[in-house]
Ligand binder design. Structure first.
Ligand SMILES: NC(=O)c1ccc[n+]([C@@H]2O[C@H](COP(=O)([O-])OP(=O)(O)OC[C@H]3O[C@@H](n4cnc5c(N)ncnc54)[C@H](OP(=O)(O)O)[C@@H]3O)[C@@H](O)[C@H]2O)c1
Length: 238
């Protein structure tokens, strides 16, 4: 069962969609929202981890195998979410990958495309498939596009990742100008947290940063409290 020490009482039971839930921040977000009493529908690619999460989190929550970089996969994820949970009022566009650290000229075209297709194309796909049903529902809702410190600054050896997260920031700003006033679309820099992604670029130094469960104690209430009036903001996790 999810950790009981982060249970908070909430009068509003949210319907939360989380992409990239099988480890790292996505998994910690699932645990945090489940503990708050919200309904969660989440996706990732690793079937084994998804099945384990289904058993652990209980029947009120749903875990689907979906690849955000494939349009049809996101469409069928959206359909399953609507069947099992209904229209979400909080969507956390969290799934992403980082390139293996290297100067740009040593990154293959294939790896560059993969980073852009998952991080930018995947974020756009989730917006493309979820926004119409959220707009039709006519209820207040927020979509959070996970950016990075490297969506607002840069570093060597992670140029593809930086390019993808700067794109997420721009995509967010533009879509925020398109949505009706009862929907908010924001960019969110989660900070620096000890996950597999951080180990890929920081090596052993990653272990000196907070664990995802500790990060989630402040991040989950922060995300739960976002409102449509936050539309267009570039936010940073507390
Ligand atoms: N950790 C940090 O310090 C940090 C800092 C700044 C920003 N961020 C951002 O925060 C988010 C989470 O990062 P993290 O550190 O938790 O990364 P992580 O540990 O590598 O986890 C990434 C998650 O995304 C899923 N995923 C990757 N590609 C996918 C795809 N094509 N379709 C569906 N799911 C996919 C992975 O699961 P599967 O492999 O099972 O699909 C995994 O569950 C990312 O957007 C990242 O850019 C993290």
């Amino acid at each position: 069962m999810p950790p009981s020490n982060i249970i908070t009482l909430s009068t509003e039971r949210k319907r939360v969609v989380i992409t990239g839930c099988t480890r790292g921040l996505g998994r910690a977000l699932v645990e945090g929202f489940v503990a708050r009493g919200d309904l969660v529908s989440a996706c990732g690619r690793s079937g084994k981890a998804l099945r384990a999460m289904g058993r652990e989190m209980g029947p009120a929550h749903h875990f689907f195998q979906a690849d955000v970089s494939e349009d049809a996969s996101v469409a069928s994820f959206r359909d399953r979410v609507l069947e099992e949970m209904g229209v979400p009022n909080l969507v956390l566009n969290n799934a992403a990958v980082i390139n293996q650290s290297a100067p740009l000229w040593e990154v293959t075209a294939g790896e560059f495309d993969e980073v852009m297709t998952i991080n930018v194309g995947g974020t756009a796909s989730v917006l493309r498939h979820f926004l119409p049903v959220m707009i039709d529902a006519g209820e207040p809702a927020v979509i959070v596009n996970f950016s990075s410190g490297w969506g607002r600054s840069t570093a060597p050896e992670v140029a593809p990742y930086c390019a993808s997260k700067w794109a997420v920031e721009g995509l967010t700003q533009a879509v925020a100008q398109e949505v009706p006033p009862f929907i908010g679309v924001v960019a969110f820099n989660p900070g620096v947290i000890h996950t597999a992604m951080l180990e890929s670029c920081f090596g052993r130094g990653a272990a000196s940063y907070p664990e995802p469960e500790d990060w989630a104690r402040a991040a989950v209430p922060f995300l739960a409290n976002l409102r449509p009036s936050d539309n267009g903001k570039a936010l940073t996790s507390p």
